[in-house]
Design a protein around this ligand. Structure first.
Ligand code: G1P
Length: 271
C-alpha cells in the first residue's frame, strides 16, 4: 500500500523570477490558495498518511507556513467570531499532522532531493509529486495508486504535449497497452525536438520503487550538472524494471513557468 509521499521543494524557482526572489514558488497563490495546498489536498484524498517535504534552509517560509501557531492563536483570540480564520488555521493544522521535513540545502536536482528521503521511506513503493504540476478535476495520484495496486509496478503520469515544446519535459519512448496506460521503453530528460522519441511528456506524479535509492547513490550528474530522477528511472528501466505511463484524465496546469503560472490562476478560476 502506498501511504507515503515526497514533495521536492528546495528548487530556486528561477523560471518565476522576480516573484521567487524572496517568496517560495510553492506558496504563491493560485486563485487564492498556495499551489502547495492543492498538492497536499491531492495526497490526502488519495489516502496518503505521511508527506515528506524536501525543503532548503534558504527557503524558511515553507516550514514557517505550517508552524505559525502562535500567530494564529493570537489573531483568533482577538477575533473569536471570525470563522474564516478559524477554518484556515484548522486546515493548516490538518496538513501539519501529516508533514515531515527533510533538507536539501544545495539544489543539486530532483534525484538528489529524493535521496534525502531514503531513511524515512518504509514501504517498497512511494509517491512523488512535483509541486509545479497541478492536476485538477480528477485526482491523478489516486488513479495512479489504483494502477500500481493492479499491476504492482512503478507508474508515471503523462500527457501529450505539442511537438515544438518537448524540450520542456522528460519525454517517453513507449508502447501503448490501452487508452490510458502504456509501457515505458525509455525516458529522456528534455530532449531536442529532433531526438524526442514521442510527444508524451513526464508530468510530476511518480510512483517509485524504494530500490531507486541504490541507483541514485551511484547516479552521475546529468543535464546542467544536476542529478535527475529521470536518469535513475532510465537505469531501472534498462535493468528490466516495469514502469507504466498513465495518461491522466484531469486538467494539467503547468505552474513552473511564468506564462503557465498566470494561465493556471485564470483557468482554475473558471472551473
Ligand atoms: C521536471 C522533470 C521532467 C518533467 C517535469 C514535469 O522538470 O525533470 O522530467 O517532465 O518536471 O513538470 P522541471 O520542471 O523540474 O524542469
Amino acid at each position: 500500500m502506498i501511504k507515503q509521499a515526497i514533495i521536492p521543494l528546495a528548487g530556486q524557482g528561477t523560471r518565476l523570477l522576480p516573484l521567487t526572489s524572496i517568496f517560495p514558488k510553492e506558496l504563491l497563490p493560485i486563485n487564492g490558495k498556495p499551489g502547495l495546498e492543492y498538492i497536499l489536498d491531492e495526497c490526502i484524498k488519495s489516502g496518503i498518511k505521511e508527506v515528506i517535504l524536501i525543503i532548503s534552509n534558504k527557503k524558511p517560509f515553507i516550514k514557517k507556513y505550517f508552524n505559525n501557531d502562535n500567530f494564529f492563536k493570537k489573531i483568533i483570540k482577538k477575533k473569536p467570531n471570525d470563522k474564516r480564520i478559524k477554518y484556515e488555521y484548522k486546515k493548516i493544522k490538518k496538513y501539519k499532522k501529516i508533514i515531515k521535513f527533510v533538507y536539501q540545502n544545495s539544489p543539486k536536482g530532483t534525484g538528489d532531493a529524493v535521496l534525502k528521503c531514503q531513511k524515512l521511506i518504509k514501504s517498497k513503493y512511494f509517491l512523488m509529486l512535483l509541486a509545479d504540476d497541478l492536476i485538477v478535476k480528477n485526482n491523478c495520484s489516486l488513479s495512479m495508486i489504483k494502477i500500481h495496486n493492479k499491476y504492482n509496478s512503478s507508474v508515471i503520469a503523462s500527457t501529450k504535449v505539442k511537438k515544438e515544446n518537448v524540450s520542456r519535459w522528460g519525454i517517453f519512448d513507449l508502447k501503448k497497452i490501452n487508452r490510458r496506460n502504456f509501457l515505458v521503453n525509455d525516458v529522456i530528460e528534455k530532449p531536442s525536438i529532433k531526438s524526442a522519441p514521442s510527444n508524451y511528456a513526464v508530468i510530476g506524479r511518480y510512483i517509485l520503487p524504494k530500490k531507486i535509492f541504490k541507483i541514485l547513490k551511484k547516479q552521475k550528474p546529468g543535464r546542467n550538472n544536476e542529478i535527475h530522477i529521470t536518469d535513475a528511472i532510465r537505469t531501472l528501466i534498462h535493468k528490466k524494471n516495469k514502469f507504466l505511463g498513465h495518461i491522466f484524465s484531469g486538467k494539467y496546469l503547468d505552474c513552473g513557468t511564468m506564462k503557465g503560472y498566470i494561465d493556471s490562476s485564470l483557468k482554475i478560476a473558471k472551473l
